[in-house]
Design a binder for this molecule. Structure first.
Ligand SMILES: [Zn+2]
Length: 217
């Protein structure tokens, strides 16, 4: 229900987002090279996300894990908590926020990993940091130099390059993204995501929405 509301909000903002980003999109394919587009500056502030935002993401993770737990295991056995601490790089966070919720069946011992919007797979940085860094580089490489991003988030140039490549190669063909694609404004180009998603909402909500909507790459 919440996801539908988020997508609805994005679609409603379509007309307000037509400034400065020329849509040259045929179906889901982008025409021309990324360098051929004049790129607007990222509206979202490029700085370490506030703890309140991390708390919101951590709460979403807990809610998602609780939902999975209530549905029980495939064998209909009860799912017990099997959580562990993760210490993400780049941000100094309280331990209480660095929890990866996991579950384990009390009957067949199967382990179940609920989805996460705070973490992204096995990557060492939070998903919010990864999306923000990629978005910054997509829009203004001079302003958001590798050195500056390293200073802000502690992430190396090599890692940033790997993240950029993951988005360039992995987003368009990803089935979750393809499902979402048709619900977004046509002005959103695949090669401008996550930056385009961060421009669609207010700074209070856009990064949380992007963490929820975008698949792990
Ligand atoms: Zn089971």
């Amino acid at each position: 229900m919440i996801r539908a509301r988020v997508a609805g909000a994005l679609v409603k903002r379509d007309h307000r987002h037509e400034v400065g980003v020329p849509p040259i999109v045929v179906g889901a394919r982008v025409c021309g090279t990324p360098a051929s587009y004049p790129k607007a500056r990222l509206m979202y502030p490029v700085q370490p996300p506030p703890e309140s935002l991390i708390r919101a993401l951590a709460a979403l993770d807990y809610d998602a894990a609780r939902d999975v737990r209530e549905r029980r295991c495939e064998c209909s056995g009860p799912l017990h908590w099997a959580t562990w601490k993760r210490k993400p790089r780049g941000l100094d966070l309280p331990d209480a926020l660095c929890v990866r919720w996991g579950l384990c069946c009390g009957r067949c011992r199967r382990r179940v990993l609920p989805p996460s919007v705070l973490f992204t797979g096995r990557r060492l940085y939070l998903k919010a940091v990864l999306l923000l860094v990629v978005a910054a580089r997509q829009r203004d490489r001079a302003q958001h130099s590798m050195a500056r991003l390293r200073h802000l988030f502690g992430v190396s140039a090599k890692t940033i390059a790997r993240w950029m490549r993951a988005f360039l190669d992995g987003l368009s063909p990803h089935p979750d993204w393809q499902r979402l694609r048709g619900r977004l404004p046509a002005t959103v180009r695949d090669d401008d995501v996550p930056a385009a998603l961060l421009d669609l909402g207010s700074p209070d909500t856009a990064l949380v929405q992007a963490c929820r909507l975008l698949p792990d790459l």
